[in-house]
Write a protein that binds this ligand. Structure first.
Ligand code: DC
Length: 237
């Protein structure tokens, strides 16, 4: 067999799904680095569309007439470059983590035209395989043929504590941080919205390996996923 073809057939898709703050992006980013794969954060794509809606001040209009979201999608470009995300050519890596975006993203990601458009972009980004993609519907809808499907879960309280620690580290002592209880409520609300929506709800694919990260260190969860990937890659040789 031609060598290049051999390498190509040996590149897999790793789909990592799970609820908010379950450790998906940290795990996915590290596993991608270890395998020399591309990491694609699909949550960042939904956040980018949401940021665009906020910046255009159309969130309320969209609640009244959700079909008008197509105007927002017409000329949109979302590009990844290393750890940076670019929306229509502008670096939005920080802006998409804003709390306002987190509050509105479940609504925007429940809209079918948004899901259709982003799914198409994600399938294009992963078509050469060799990607680790995280989100809510990667193993179920975007790449149901992904060779490795992982479903990460963790206690809501634990997830709120992780989010709090993350925000605190970023805030440099600034005041106005939300409390852990408030974060836990927000996380539960987002889980509920993501799992109950009509289009592509958060679900575990029957073939997915579930990993509960509540009592695992980042290193432990990364190792588990990495080892599952290595086992598949060896099988494929
Ligand atoms: O992973 P995250 O918290 O950054 O994702 C933000 C939101 O985007 C999440 O609440 C639901 C939505 N999302 C989705 O609907 N489908 C995906 N594949 C990824 C994210």
């Amino acid at each position: 067999m031609h060598v290049e073809q051999g390498i190509r057939t040996n590149r897999i898709i790793i789909a990592i799904d799970g609820p908010a703050a379950s450790g998906k992006s940290t795990t996915a980013r590290k596993v991608a680095r270890m395998l020399g794969y591309t990491y694609i954060d699909t949550g960042a794509m939904y956040r980018s569309v949401t940021l665009k809606a906020i910046r255009r001040n159309v969130i309320d209009d969209l609640r009244r007439s959700p079909e008008s979201v197509v105007a927002l999608l017409e000329d949109i470009t979302i590009r990844f470059d290393g750890d940076h995300v670019y929306l229509d050519g502008t670096d939005v890596t920080e802006a998409i983590r804003d709390n306002r975006v987190s509050r509105e993203v479940s609504f925007i990601s429940s809209l079918k035209p948004v899901r259709d458009r982003l799914r198409q972009m994600q399938q294009e980004l992963g078509k050469l395989r060799g990607v680790v993609m995280d989100g809510r519907d990667i193993g179920t809808i975007v790449f149901p043929d992904a060779e490795l499907k992982i479903f990460l879960v963790a206690d809501a309280r634990e997830r709120a504590e992780r989010r709090y620690a993350e925000l605190k580290a970023k805030s440099n002592g600034a005041s106005g941080l939300p409390g852990i209880e408030e974060l836990e409520e927000e996380i539960k609300e987002r889980d509920r919205a993501d799992a109950e929506r009509e289009h592509a709800p958060l679900r575990k694919h029957p073939d997915a390996t579930e990993i509960d990260t509540s009592d695992l260190s980042v290193e432990q969860q990364v190792r588990k996923v990495y080892e599952l990937a290595l086992a598949l890659l060896k099988e494929d040789r």
